[in-house]
Structures are given as C-alpha cells and as structure tokens.
Write a protein that binds this ligand. Structure first.
Ligand SMILES: NC(=O)c1ccc[n+]([C@@H]2O[C@H](COP(=O)([O-])OP(=O)(O)OC[C@H]3O[C@@H](n4cnc5c(N)ncnc54)[C@H](O)[C@@H]3O)[C@@H](O)[C@H]2O)c1
Length: 369
C-alpha cells in the first residue's frame, strides 16, 4: 500500500482535484497491493542523499527493508537529506541502515559496495538540464559510466534485481501524447542524451547477459527536499519570500507532475515486480499542466497574487526545450499496480508547508541552474 503522507494527512486522491486551471486529465485507476514484500531484503540505494533517493530510503525502512545508503563522498561526512531524516538516523542506530560514502564513477568501490545485496535501486545522477549545457562531460562520466559501473557490479555479483532510474526527458518534445514507453527517444539536452545512454546500457545488459534490470522512467517529480533548480520549489520559494514578481523562464511548457511519495512507491513496486529483464516502465499521472498554470496553483496555495516576470537567462535554447510531457500510465498500473495518490494541489500545499521555514528571502529569487 502507498505510504501515508507525512506532510498533509488529507484524504489523497487524484480524482477530486478542483484546480482553477485548464488541464488534460486522464483519471488514474486505484493501485493494487504489491505482491511479495521488501521486508528483510538488503537494498542498496545510490543517490540516497538526494531528493527522491531520501524518500525512497524512508519508504524502504518503513516497509522493513535493510538499507545500504550510498551517498556522494564528502569530507564532512554529510549524507545530504538523510541528515534531516529521524527515521534514517534511528535505523542507523538500530542496525537497519548503513551509510556508504563514495562515488559511482569508481568501479572498484561500487563493486565492493554491491556485494551481498538483494536489490540495487540506482538513482544517483547529475540531473540539472541547464548545468548539462555547461559541463556535459561530467554528465557522461556520472550518468553513463556510473550506470555501467553499477551494471557490472550487479552482473558480477549475480544481484537478483536492479532498478535503473530514467527520466521522461529522454523523449524530447513528443511526436504524440500521451507518451507510451514505445515512443522514440530524442537527446534534446546533454542530460537527456546521457540518460538515454544509461537506459540503453541497461537494455544491452538485459539482452546480452540477462541482467535483471528494470528501467523506471519517472515524469517530473516534486515535493519536500527538491532543490530550487526545479520549477515548483523556485516558484514556491519566491512566493513564500513575499515576492510580488516571480522570476521564471518560459511558462508555456507543460509537464506531468508526480508527488515524491508516489514516485518512491513506484520504486518499491519495481523492486518487487516480476518483469522481463530490460523492461521499461514510466511513472506519471496521465495529467499535464503548463508552468504558467502551476504558478497560478502555487499562488492559490500560498495566498499570493504575484505576477510572472520572464528572465532571458532562464530561457533554454529553443531546440532544447521540451514543450510537453504527458504520460500514459497504463503499464505502471498493469505491471506494478501503481497509481498516483496525491493530487497536484495537495502536493503543492505539502511542499509549501515544508519550504516555509526554510526559505531565505535573500536567495529565493536567485537563478539556480
Ligand atoms: N526530480 C525529477 O523530477 C526527476 C524526474 C525523472 C527522473 N529523475 C531521476 O531521479 C534520480 C534522482 O533525482 P533527484 O531529483 O532526486 O536528484 P538529486 O540531485 O536530488 O539526487 C541525485 C543524487 O545523486 C548523487 N550523485 C551525483 N553524482 C554522484 C556520483 N558521482 N556518485 C554518487 N552519487 C552521486 C547526488 O549526491 C544526489 O544526492 C536521478 O537519476 C534523476 O535523473 C528525477
């Protein structure tokens, strides 16, 4: 069953939303229970220190898994967002979780860390599209070579299950919507190109070596702990700082937003599902909303009537901007029994509640690539 939200406590449904915006809505069927159990399994999570990874770790702990949290090495021993997680700290004290600091670009270290685990959930990546225009090689090294290192470790150790994290950005601006997993891939940014490469490495390991890897392809995820490089935290931060003008790039692109606890639920389901090696399953709500409409909803949630101001710095190159992302969630529902349970408005309210005490008015309007 999906984990209850720690940020709202409301009845959460994707069907009863009353947003004052025009959206294309495809109701999602209710999720079936997960077959099997993750309890007692040892799960290695790369990117545990990040936004989605930290929620995945908390969900795994709640479900009784033993978690090996792989966090990017730093000399002060920070585990990123897990430093703020009471559940994770308690699990480390109780021996239910352990921390491994490292770098997925280091093959020997990844090999050693993967020994003895039942499942690898591979989320570590460089993820910001604008920074991939600036430093594309680092994206190749982390997203492609890093994924290769994880695949090799899984292959050598005979790890029973790996989940690779893709992204809806691999489709580029789609030829048709809603997008299914069969839609062609298009590298519209260096970030997207590296995620396509990583997905294809996983496919090749499944076909060549029967490596039991599933590629999970989330559409845009949002929620507490997301960095302000992403559109929802950047809008909410500016509003909560009391800005009268919200600085943004293009507000016409449309996105399919999933709340982070629903995305985490998809990872646990993918870890347990009996699927063909190499299968790809996308996670999205089947609903798309423009950035401009998201701003309206954020204004509603925060009680603001601020205006949008376009900043040229934040506009992406024309050929690189993906105009619309809208998922067909059928496969996730059929294969994983997955369906989103938190509506966009509920998720925005929970995100605003989390951000409110953390917003720094001096930096809220700064462009964060
Ligand atoms: N946020 C979204 O909307 C979204 C949508 C689709 C897919 N994804 C994918 O989900 C995954 C997690 O993204 P996120 O939004 O939580 O981003 P994030 O930046 O918060 O998390 C990524 C984590 O990877 C770690 N990392 C980066 N380089 C590393 C390295 N060389 N070695 C070890 N760790 C390293 C970082 O420390 C970071 O904590 C990524 O694979 C991303 O491509 C995210």
């Amino acid at each position: 069953m999906p984990a209850p939200s720690r940020w709202g406590g409301q009845t959460m449904s994707n069907h009863d939303e009353k947003a004052d915006v025009t959206t294309e809505l495809t109701p999602a069927p209710m999720a079936a229970p997960i077959d099997g159990s993750i309890a007692g399994k040892t799960v290695l999570v790369t990117g545990s220190d990040g936004f989605i990874g930290s929620h995945v770790v908390e969900r795994l702990l709640a479900d009784g898994a033993h978690v090996r949290a792989f966090c990017l090495y730093n000399s002060n021993g920070s585990t990123g967002w897990l430093d703020e997680s009471d559940a994770f700290r308690a699990a480390v004290r109780d021996g239910q979780a352990e921390v491994v600091l490292g770098d997925i670009r280091d093959p020997e270290h990844v090999m050693a860390t993967t020994e003895g685990v039942d499942v690898v959930l591979h989320l570590a990546a460089l993820i910001a599209i604008p920074f991939s225009y600036v430093a594309p090689r680092s994206y190749v090294e982390t997203n492609v070579i890093g994924t290769l290192n994880v695949l090799e470790a899984v292959r050598r150790h005979g790890t029973p299950r790996m989940v690779n994290t893709s992204t809806s950005e691999v489709y580029g601006t789609p030829e048709s919507v809603p997008i299914t997993e069969a839609h062609p891939l298009r590298g519209q940014s260096p970030y997207s190109a590296t995620k396509i490469s990583a997905d294809k490495m996983c496919e090749s390991y499944a076909l060549s070596f029967e490596t039991p890897v599933t590629t999970l392809r989330p559409f845009n995820t949002f929620g507490p702990r997301q960095s302000t490089r992403a559109v929802i935290p950047t809008v909410l931060s500016q509003l909560l700082a009391g800005a009268r003008e919200i600085k943004l790039g293009d507000v016409t692109p449309k996105r399919d937003f999933t709340f982070v606890t629903d995305t985490a639920d998809g990872f646990v389901r993918a870890a347990l599902a009996e699927v063909e090696p190499g299968a790809t399953i996308q996670l999205g709500t089947g609903r798309t909303v423009s950035v401009g409409d998201v701003v309206q909803l954020c204004c509603k949630v925060t009680g603001s009537d601020a205006q949008i101001v376009t900043e040229s710095d934040r506009i992406r190159p024309e050929g690189s901007e993906v105009q619309i992302l809208l998922s067909d969630p059928s496969r996730a529902n059929e294969v994983l029994g997955w369906a989103p349970t938190v509506s966009l408005e509920e998720g925005l309210a929970a995100t605003a509640e989390w951000l409110r005490p953390r917003v720094d008015p001096e930096t809220a309007g700064r462009y964060h690539r």
